[in-house]
Design a protein around this ligand. Structure first.
Ligand SMILES: Cc1cc2nc3c(=O)[nH]c(=O)nc-3n(C[C@H](O)[C@H](O)[C@H](O)COP(=O)(O)OP(=O)(O)OC[C@H]3O[C@@H](n4cnc5c(N)ncnc54)[C@H](O)[C@@H]3O)c2cc1C
Ligand code: SF4
Length: 548
């Protein structure tokens, strides 16, 4: 389709002359979770594959846990909000009209650099909520379509856990479980008292040496990055394998828009190279892996005369149905010292309230996730903020009853898709390259509110059964980014088909969290990665007929 080495790009939608790179077979936008998995899987085709990523690699020595100021950096260059972190590799997000804030990381590894590595899969029921509960839509695929890809992903990432959880179809975690420790044992005893389901969490942390990575030595809070290399972020799992298989990854390259040719195929992207020079990268196939906010932002910013409402947006659904997983948290304090920040934070889950029971006053459900605790500065700062830790003569006495005495449960609540929850282009705010920033409009729905209240009450019951007192509840913290370019078989009601191809643009694929039809009540990354592997396999199977 493109002549290699052509100097000037000339497509329907780019009028201006700009330097043009050699054509590639596959261009992936974003080197985060799904971008890494799709790059690795496609590498065995021997196609020329290039990934453009706006951020940098993070060296193990860069992680805050290497230094004494590790907790302070949580509020600076390792903040989970791109607006607070404000690195030149970040783009701003206008979330002023959203009841939940946005968390992400822009760099090789994407969100997995900062994630907790809690690694539940979606449940079989999550793929058919319309059939089971009469709400939202069924997915065009089911759990069993993804099952082999969940297993492949577990092997690539290394997942610690215990086989036999009755809440799931049988599956075999690849590594021994993370020990329950003092805190986990306390939660387990409390849940046993109540007679509620619990199971050690699946966690993508190496509990023994895994694929050249050292094992977890309980250094501290995994969310600030794991200098030990035990936490499975995709920069140290998928990417080294993909690079060895000759995938090219260019960092500090920010894509501005996807271009199309006269036939309506994607022809490549316009991007800014590390020197800020605007370039054109032609490609035979383009794959978007820029997450549930970055992907609709790019599609909307790729409007043209042929696609006036944004690329791949004939359905009008690009950016709509944003789901963020509301995430309230209940804390309390016990008399004995617990694990605090000394081990991977999430230790076990309860699926007691996961499946629909209409007598609760809502449909679908949530996971209760139990957390070990906080580090010293975080404990002090959060308690000063809520007034639970006084200044003055009682300061140290009270603090001693708090540090490492906190027990915590979060309610990972299913968030149903609603079109008014959406990503659009902000008319004013721009990133450092002048590209319009995304704006988020989001409110928590009634069903989810009822679910959250139920979850907060149940979480408090468990913590009370664990001997905790002095409860407090935090509102929903920043959530996951899902649903803004949904999958489906009907082009009027979805953006991509059942194997990730855009209905409107046949050589354009989406593999990140935006293609989710519903959100489930679990952290999403295990399922995002399995989906990316499934789409890569679907592409491979259809290579000969891809443009038909
Ligand atoms: C603090 C925190 C804790 C979390 N904890 C968990 C957890 O315990 N378990 C779990 O399952 N999930 C967790 N998550 C969520 C998890 O990180 C995401 O679900 C996952 O990373 C999403 O994968 P993705 O491929 O959709 O996008 P991402 O991983 O976000 O990757 C998108 C990539 O695209 C790049 N990009 C975007 N736009 C452009 C552009 N225009 N040009 C070039 N590059 C671009 C970005 O820089 C980024 O690297 C957590 C997230 C955070 C922030
Ligand atoms: S607890 Fe383990 S996985 Fe987490 S940061 Fe420390 S060594 Fe890494």
């Amino acid at each position: 389709m493109w002549e290699e080495g052509a100097e000037v790009a000339a497509t329907e939608d780019q009028g201006s002359a700009r330097p043009t790179d050699a054509v590639v077979d596959v261009l992936i936008i974003g080197a985060g979770a799904s971008g890494a998995a799709v790059a690795w899987s496609l590498a065995d085709t021997r196609m020329k594959i290039l990934c453009l990523e706006q951020g940098d690699w993070t060296k193990p020595t860069d992680f805050p846990t290497n230094g004494r100021d590790w907790e302070a950096r949580r509020y600076g260059d390792f903040h989970i909000s791109p607006n607070r972190r404000a690195r030149d590799t970040d783009y701003p997000v206008n979330d002023a009209s959203s009841s939940m804030k946005v968390a992400n990381f822009n760099g090789v590894g994407g969100g997995t650099i900062l994630y907790q590595a809690h690694f539940p899969r979606m449940h079989p029921s999550d793929f058919k909520v319309r059939t089971l509960d009469g709400v939202a839509d069924d997915w065009p695929i089911d759990y069993w379509t993804l099952e082999p890809y969940f297993a492949e992903n577990d092997r690539m990432m290394g997942v610690a856990g215990l086989a036999g959880d009755p809440a799931y179809p049988a599956h075999e975690p690849t590594l021994p479980q993370v020990p329950l420790g003092r805190t986990g044992t306390r939660y387990a005893q409390a849940l046993n008292k109540l007679g509620w389901h619990w199971w050690p969490s699946d966690i993508a942390v190496a509990t023994r040496e895994q694929d050249g990575r050292a094992k977890c030595i309980n250094l501290g809070q995994c969310t600030l990055g794991c200098a030990q290399g035990a936490k499975a972020s995709v920069d140290i799992t998928y990417w080294p394998h993909a690079l060895r298989a000759r995938v090219e990854l260019r960092t500090r390259c920010r894509v501005r828009e996807i271009t199309t040719n006269a036939q309506g195929f994607a022809s490549g992207v316009v991007y800014y190279d590390p020197n800020g020079v605007e370039r054109f990268q032609p490609a035979e196939v383009v794959i978007l892996a820029a997450n549930g906010i970055g992907t609709p932002r790019l599609l909307l910013n790729s409007a043209s005369s042929r696609f006036p409402n944004g690329l791949a947006n004939t359905s009008g659904l690009v950016g709509k149905n944003l789901m963020l997983h509301p995430w309230p948290q209940v804390s309390g304090y016990v008399e004995e010292e617990m694990d605090g920040d000394r081990a991977p934070p999430t230790v076990l889950w309860s699926k007691q309230f996961y499946e629909t029971d209409r007598s609760r006053g809502f449909v679908r459900g949530y996971t209760l996730q139990f957390i070990r605790g906080n580090g010293p500065a975080h404990e002090a700062i959060t308690n000063l903020g809520t007034g639970r830790l006084p200044w003055g003569k009682d300061h140290h006495r009270v603090y001693r009853t708090q540090l490492y005495h906190r027990v915590m449960a979060v309610v990972c609540s299913e968030d149903l898709p609603e079109e008014h929850n959406r990503v659009t282009l902000d008319p004013v705010l721009k990133d450092s390259h002048g590209i319009p920033a995304p704006r988020i409009d989001y409110t928590i729905g009634e069903n989810t509110r009822a679910m959250m209240e139920h979850g907060i009450a149940r979480a408090t019951e468990v913590l009370a059964a664990a001997g905790a007192r002095n409860f407090s509840t935090s509102p929903s913290s920043p959530g996951h980014l899902l649903g803004t370019a949904r999958m489906g078989t009907d082009p009027e009601r979805s953006v991509v088909n059942e194997w990730g191809r855009c209905h409107d643009v046949k050589n354009l694929f989406i593999v990140d969290g935006s293609i989710w039809v519903t959100g489930g009540g679990v952290n999403p990354t295990s399922t995002i990665l399995a989906l990316a592997l499934y789409i890569a396999d679907s592409i491979k199977k259809r290579l000969a007929t891809l443009f038909d």
